[in-house]
Design a protein around this ligand. Structure first.
Ligand code: 8YV
Length: 312
């Protein structure tokens, strides 16, 4: 008998292939009750569904959850622990790609790539003009990394190739920082000094709205905010205000709160803001590795074995 598995949205073909013959997969959007729920043994959280104890309680035979991704802020881990449900995740598989993305983003915003694309494709580009769309240099500038975890360290490694001065802020100074030529700063000092502020902290009650009006006002007028963490780390109302008043040069966010933003959200209308659709780990290679680990965690949980990567 195949294991009965739930997911919140359709799984990618490679994961379906990995599960074929072992699991029967059902899709549940977590709204209305589904008659299949009592038979469910494992739950793959694929598209960041909010999962609470009340959802888990609808599945009396549930033995484990396996999250596709490293951030598990959408799952109530306390509720899972209280029900002795192990939760798998995929750390170590998204670090390099997310750091690549952070770099692509800071170059995009610093060098006006999106505005340049729009101009070059538009009807007004009839003569070359050396006086338009001047940006700020990335190489040789000061990078401030908030969150020197696995992704933050990969970002710091890339920065050395761009001759950047690397500052970082973390709950505690990181033992890896010296090898990365990165200097610890208080949050305030980092915001004062950095030309590019990159957010790579996990989402938690402590990091919610870590960047708000006070923090944005501290940043240089020429500085950019780059968010590859979670939307909730940035107070969006404060960000709109800071961008409208040109308190900072610009912001580029791969993540928002909510995600996606309502189509009439002011951040989608501002020239000095770029919003991306959560592409941080979206490469063929990374998605495959994440799928493999998600399935391995799931099968271990179903078989009562230790998961290769367990968040709770
Ligand atoms: C993924 C992420 O795109 O790992 C995470 O926490 O946010 C991203 O790498 C996501 O989990 C897949 O939906």
């Amino acid at each position: 008998m195949p294991y009965q598995i739930l997911t919140d949205s359709a799984l990618p073909p490679e994961m379906e292939e990995m599960l074929a013959g072992i699991c029967e997969v059902h899709v549940w959007d977590l709204t209305e009750d589904d008659p299949i729920l009592p038979s469910i043994e494992g739950f793959i959280t694929y598209g960041h569904p909010v999962v609470l104890g009340s959802h888990m309680d609808k599945m009396p035979n549930l033995r484990c959850l396996s999250n596709f991704g490293v951030g598990v802020d959408h799952i109530n881990l306390e509720d899972a622990r209280a029900r002795s449900l192990p939760v798998g995740f995929t750390p170590g598989f998204v670090n390099g790609v997310t750091a690549d993305m952070a770099f692509a983003m800071l170059m995009t915003i610093g060098r006006n790539i999106i505005q340049g694309w729009r101009h070059a494709h538009g009807p007004d580009y009839l003569a070359y003009d050396a006086n338009i769309l001047h940006g700020h240099e990335v190489y040789g500038s000061t990078l401030g990394i908030i969150g020197m975890g696995r992704v933050g360290r990969e970002i710091a490694r890339r920065a050395s190739g761009f001759d950047m001065t690397v500052l970082y802020h973390n709950r505690n100074p990181s033992p890896h920082a010296a090898g990365l030529n990165a200097s610890y700063r208080s949050l305030e000092a980092l915001l004062d000094e950095a030309d590019f502020v990159v957010l790579s902290v996990p989402m938690s009650p402590q990091t919610r709205h870590l960047i708000g009006a006070v923090q944005l006002a501290r940043m240089k007028e020429t500085a950019y905010l780059v968010n590859v963490a979670r939307g909730g780390v940035v107070d969006h109302v404060a960000l709109v205000d800071a961008l409208q008043r040109n308190l900072i040069a610009g912001a580029i966010m791969d993540v928002t709160d909510p995600e996606p933003l309502p189509r009439d959200h002011p951040l989608l209308r501002l020239d000095n803001c770029v919003i991306l659709p959560h592409l941080g780990s979206a490469t063929y290679q990374s998605r495959f590795r994440m799928s493999r680990r998600t399935v391995d965690n799931l099968l271990a949980g179903l078989r009562g074995q230790e998961m290769p990567s367990r968040a709770a």
